[in-house]
Ligand binder design. Structure first.
Ligand code: FPP
Length: 259
C-alpha cells in the first residue's frame, strides 16, 4: 500500500485528470451530451396554460439537468434552446423566450461560478437584442475558468447555416479533408476544442434532429424520451446514460461496446 500522502496525491491527480479531460476517464460515460428540449408547449397546453408557462417550467428543468450532468461528470452539455427557425413563432412567445434567456444567464452565472461550470453560447448573435448579447458576453467571461462542466446553450442556432458559413472558410481549389473542414467550422463559430456528440437526447416524443449539431452528431447515439421537457428529471437523464452505456458503438467499423 502506498503511503497515505501519495494516495491522496493520486486521488487528486485522478480527479484533476477527470476535470481536465472532462469525463474522459470512464468510457461508459458520454463526453458530450446534447439535448433537444422539446415538449414545453404541449406540457403547458395539456394543463390549460399558455405555452409560455411551459417555457418557464422548462427553465427549471434546465437547472435540474445541468446540476445533474455536472454530478455525473459529463464534460460537455449542449442544450438546444432556440433554433433559427424558431423566429417564426408568435412574437409574444419569442419575446418570452428571449427575456427568459437573459434572466437565466443573469441568475445562473453566480451558480455556474460556484460550481465550476463554464457557460458558452453557440449560434448567431447578430439578431439577438443588445441586452441579451451583453448578458451572454458577461456570462461567458465570468464562467470562462470553469472546468467541471462545459454548458453550451444553442440560441439562434442552425447547423445548416453554420455549415454554409464554414464553406466560405474552406481553402479554395483543393479537396478538403475532415480536419480542414472542422477548422473551417471553427472559423465560422463552432467551438474548435469540442468532442463530437456521443449521446443525443430528444424529449417530447418526437424523433428527429431538427437542424441541431448535424456535423457533430455523425456517430452520436440517439435516445428519444416521451417525457415532455418540463418533466425531464435527474432520473430520466440517468436512464438515458444507462441506455448509452449499453450501446455498441461501431463508428462504421468493428463493434465497440460502450460499457
Ligand atoms: C421546444 O418546445 C422548446 C423550445 C423551443 C424552447 C426551449 C426553451 C426552454 C427549455 C426554456 C428555457 C431555456 C433556458 C436555457 C433558460 P416546444 O415549445 O416546441 O414544445 P411543443 O413541441 O410541445 O410545442
Amino acid at each position: 500500500m502506498k503511503p497515505s500522502a501519495e494516495r491522496v496525491q493520486d486521488a487528486e491527480e485522478a480527479s484533476g485528470a477527470l476535470r481536465a479531460g472532462l469525463g474522459t476517464l470512464d468510457p461508459s460515460l458520454p463526453r458530450h451530451v446534447a439535448i433537444i428540449m422539446d415538449g414545453n408547449g404541449r406540457w403547458a397546453t395539456n394543463r390549460g396554460r399558455p405555452r409560455t408557462a411551459g417555457h418557464l417550467a422548462g427553465a427549471k428543468a434546465v437547472r435540474r439537468v445541468v446540476e445533474h450532468a455536472r454530478r455525473r461528470s459529463i464534460g460537455h452539455l449542449t442544450l438546444y434552446a432556440f433554433s433559427s427557425d424558431n423566429w417564426t413563432r408568435p412574437p409574444e412567445e419569442v419575446g418570452t423566450l428571449m427575456s427568459l434567456f437573459r434572466r437565466y444567464l443573469a441568475a445562473e452565472v453566480p451558480r455556474c461560478v460556484e460550481h465550476d461550470i463554464r457557460l458558452t453560447i453557440v449560434g448567431r448573435r447578430d439578431r439577438l437584442s443588445a441586452q441579451l448579447r451583453r448578458a451572454i458576453t458577461a456570462a461567458e467571461h465570468a464562467t470562462r475558468k470553469g472546468t467541471a462542466l462545459h454548458l453550451r446553450l444553442a440560441i439562434d442556432y442552425s447547423s445548416r447555416d453554420l455549415i454554409i458559413r464554414a464553406a466560405a472558410h474552406v481553402p479554395q481549389g483543393a479537396p478538403v479533408s475532415r480536419e480542414e473542414f472542422s477548422r473551417a467550422l471553427a472559423a465560422a463559430g463552432h467551438a474548435p476544442d469540442l468532442p463530437d456528440v456521443d449521446l443525443l437526447i430528444r424529449t417530447g416524443g418526437e424523433q428527429r434532429l431538427s437542424d441541431f449539431l448535424l456535423w457533430e452528431c455523425a456517430y452520436a447515439e440517439l435516445v428519444f424520451s416521451r417525457r415532455m421537457w418540463p418533466e425531464f428529471s435527474e432520473h430520466d437523464l440517468d436512464a438515458a446514460l444507462q441506455e448509452f452505456s449499453g450501446r455498441e458503438r461501431r463508428f462504421g467499423g468493428a463493434t465497440q461496446a460502450v460499457g
